[in-house]
Each structure stands twice: as structure tokens, then as C-alpha cells.
Ligand binder design. Structure first.
Ligand code: F6R
Length: 240
């Protein structure tokens, strides 16, 4: 892992965003993996700004998001689909037909997992995957567990994740289940850009980088990937 400790979220967003922008300039039909949450917003802002300035076009890019809530309409304001539309996709020239999400309302999650795995393979595999981390060490919605998963699956969210994300739900109760890409699908990405900011992530970041590789801290598996760029602020890095 290459670990960079930077001063501000904006600086991290510029560095992480530049990796995406430079990659798409070199390979316009790149296949990009995205995450949701507070952490990636400065990265997405940088990408949108570069696109608005005419410095890059995302018109041939294909995207796959990591996860989506179950039992929540796709167009609900808190769906991850809407998050990506609001924070990135509506601001860049990505083609709607090139945007891929897991369907959290699919009647058969195993069939949905297979559909997503096939779509990733047919697109040529994910070139660059963005990752944030949960306070409990989750990546995507791979919560601490007894074993590492492979392809996408339906997960029961932990109390820690429900506590962290329920602040966004002011009209309905936060869903208790989600569909997430599995650890295997994340690890098959050719390159991983990982970002963590804030003190609340410091313990999980320490376990990820310095702890043993264990499904009890799903992010620790990244120690075994050969191309991970980690951007941290001083708070997230404070226990290293
Ligand atoms: C969401 C995802 C999650 C988040 C993590 C951190 O798509 O992949 O693993 O990255 O929960 O969320 P924030 O950035 O809101 O702290």
C-alpha cells in the first residue's frame, strides 16, 4: 500500500480525483468503481470541475457502484443511485446506459449477484475502485464477519453502520439490509483508491494497515492487493 497523509479533505479529493481523471484521459473507456458517503465527495467535486473545464470527458466511461440499500426505491433521496446522480453523474458527461448499480429490490439476490458479476466481466473488469471505510472496518457493505465473501450478496447491516448512516434518513427508517459487492469483487479491481478522513476512522485505519488480515476487519484484506493508494488526513492517520 502507498500511504499518503495530507492536510485537508480538499487536497485528498484533488489527489484521488486526479487518479480518476488521468486514468480516463489515458483510457477513455475505463471501467470505474465508485463508493458513496461523505468521504468521496471532494473527489467527485474535483472530477466534476475538471469535466466542466473541458479537461476530461467521461463519455466513454462505464461505472459500477459498490452497494445499494435493499427495500428502498431507486429514486428515493437516500438511495446510493440518487447520491451518485446528485454528487457526480449529473455533473459529468457519463452516459446513463453506462451506469451500473446493484438492484437492492431484486426479488432474487443470488440472480442479481450473478447479473452484476457478469456485467463487470463483460465490461472488462474494474480498472479503478474507490473505497471508503466504515468505523467498524467495513468496505462497501462488507461488515465484520467470520469469512471473506466473494461476489455480491445481501447483507444485514450492523448496529454501527445503522448508527452512522441513519442520520441521513429523516422521513423513513433506514433500511436494515443492503446489496454489496463482495470482497472478491473488490479485490479483482486492478487499482484501488482508498480514502479515510476524521478521527472516527482512526482505529479502523490502524487495523486495516497494521492489524492482521482478518474478516473481522474486512478492509485488512487490502494488504494483499498489489495496487492500493491510501489517502488519509492527520486525524484518520493518528493511530498509525
Ligand atoms: C458506501 C461504502 C461504505 C462507505 C463507508 C464510509 O458506498 O462503500 O463503505 O465508504 O461507510 O462512509 P462515509 O464516507 O460516509 O464515512
Amino acid at each position: 500500500m502507498d500511504v499518503f497523509i495530507l492536510d485537508t479533505k480538499e487536497e485528498i479529493g484533488q489527489k484521488a480525483g486526479k487518479i480518476y481523471v488521468d486514468f480516463v484521459k489515458a483510457k477513455p473507456n475505463a471501467v470505474m468503481g465508485f463508493a458513496t458517503g461523505i468521504t468521496p465527495i471532494p473527489t467527485y467535486n474535483y472530477m466534476a470541475e475538471e469535466c466542466a473545464k473541458g479537461n476530461v470527458s467521461f463519455s466513454q466511461m462505464t461505472t459500477f457502484n459498490l452497494d445499494e440499500y435493499c427495500d428502498l426505491p431507486k429514486e428515493h433521496k437516500n438511495s446510493f443511485y440518487m447520491f451518485m446522480m446528485d454528487n457526480l453523474f449529473s455533473k459529468i458527461d457519463v452516459k446513463p446506459e453506462n451506469i451500473n448499480f446493484l438492484d437492492g429490490n431484486a426479488p432474487d439476490w443470488q440472480a442479481e449477484s450473478k447479473r452484476y458479476a457478469d456485467a463487470i466481466i463483460n465490461a472488462g473488469g474494474i480498472d479503478v475502485q474507490f473505497l471508503g471505510i466504515g468505523r467498524n472496518g467495513h468496505i462497501g457493505f462488507n461488515e465484520p464477519a467470520e469469512e471473506f465473501t466473494d461476489e455480491a450478496f445481501k447483507v444485514k447491516l450492523t448496529d454501527s453502520t445503522i448508527e452512522a448512516n441513519s442520520i441521513y434518513f429523516d422521513d423513513i427508517a433506514m433500511p436494515r439490509y443492503a446489496m454489496t459487492m463482495g470482497i472478491g469483487s473488490i479485490m479483482r479491481a486492478k487499482k484501488i483508491v482508498f480514502v479515510a478522513t476524521g478521527k472516527a476512522k482512526a482505529e479502523a485505519v490502524k487495523e486495516m494497515i497494521k492489524g492482521e488480515v482478518t474478516p473481522h476487519c474486512p478492509a485488512s484484506i487490502l494488504q494483499k492487493h498489489n495496487d492500493v493508494t491510501v489517502f488519509l488526513d492527520k486525524d484518520a492517520a493518528s493511530l498509525l
